[in-house]
Design a protein around this ligand. Sequence first.
Ligand SMILES: Nc1nc2c(ncn2[C@@H]2O[C@H](COP(=O)(O)OP(=O)(O)OP(=O)(O)O)[C@@H](O)[C@H]2O)c(=O)[nH]1
Ligand SMILES: [K+]
Ligand SMILES: [Mg+2]
Length: 447
Amino acid sequence: MARDTIAAVSSGTGGAVAVIRLSGPAAGEALRALCGRLPEPRRASLAVLRDPASDERLDEGLALWFPAPRSATGEDMAELQIHGGRAVVAAVLAALFALPGMRPAEAGEFTRRAFLNGRMDLAAAEGLADLIAAETESQRRLALAHAFGHLGARVEAWRRQLIQAMALVEAGIDFSDEADVPLETRAMAHPPVIALAGELRAALTDRRGALLREGAVIALAGRPNAGKSSLMNALAARDVAIVSDEPGTTRDVLEVALDLAGHKVTLLDTAGLREATGKVEAEGIRRARARIGEADLVLWVHDATDGPAPEAIPDAPAGDGAARWLLANKADLAPVPLASPEWAARSFTVAATTGEGLADLIAALGAFVAARVEGAEHPMLVRERHRAGASEALGHLDLALAGWDDLSEELLAEELRLAARALGRITGAIGTEDLLDVVFREFCIGK
Ligand SMILES: Nc1nc2c(ncn2[C@@H]2O[C@H](COP(=O)(O)OP(=O)(O)OP(=O)(O)O)[C@@H](O)[C@H]2O)c(=O)[nH]1
Ligand SMILES: [K+]
Ligand SMILES: [Mg+2]
């Protein structure tokens, strides 16, 4: 349990009401010092707040008292809802911090205390950070599932299975004189370890969670002047990129975040691909190729006034597994010939400047993203940290399985133990201080 009592404004700035939260052993005393009494637990009550040093009236607001352990952090907690003015908040905080044992909270410190007091696991804390940062409906749902322990529960179940298998293998060590027992217990542990390795492998192959959390990347690519930047602006419904009739206008990769059918999408505008005419353009094209190569969907923009669309997307270095669509742009200037059968299902006729065809394109993009993340309401390994833990665990399981018939009980049990440790780091059941610093750094102050 922490010795310090922390306090911070937990509401956003600029609102009519500000929420100040306190957590730690002196929270009750501080509440009494400012309000003159301790309110009934878990009930909001009206209170006049006074500076204990001068007895000056500071504000009138709501006071709440959450005695440990039934509080968000598991410690004694108090909450003050006061008027949101800057001066009011500053005066109340100054009065609080003048009290013994009180200090300002660091970023994420309330959540960190909740974790340390066993109120949530590490994956749930990350879910909470994602929930606060969620911009789209699907990100909100995903984060909520994690905040309520979806990933943590699954990983803990895996870890328990592993510990059981380990116990079986270790039982063999104690009976190593009786030749049959070690072989029997080892054989009993084999199927669950095979099953677990399969589940971990499947979870690692499923990238939908990461796609939902980070958003699909859609890149506009094509020859100079095809109208990529014009399309970027039209799709983003604002003036993001410079448009001009000069080929080679766009140099840096530009990106905007879009909400397509409730899913987060990052749309990229890139330099037109051709033999560069100078150093800067060459660098722009290098960057364009690199980012196009990582996109989930490449929209090849073709200028309809240049004649029929290409048979294949030229020069578009799309990565493995990326989808490629063809956009015949400037349909207002030239008739767009029928796409070749190969492209028919993935071709769109648009005009960035008149808006023609854009509604159909946006609908198709929304359907594309939705299909990519389908069933991903409760995906598992959404962060690189989770994937690293699961993949390390799988590595040890694979070693154990490869040597199942040959390794000694001790070595076999050791591989299973290392796998269990790697899983434990995902939930924080096995943790280190530096890991906690990384996780809680993301939070804002007051959370
Ligand atoms: N008539 C018409 N003109 C368009 C359309 N889309 C783009 N243009 C024009 O085409 C020219 C090039 O547009 P950009 O959007 O700058 O093309 P870009 O592909 O980004 O070009 P780079 O960045 O140089 O590779 C501009 O003059 C645009 O106004 C369209 O649908 N119809
Ligand atoms: K241009
Ligand atoms: Mg451009």
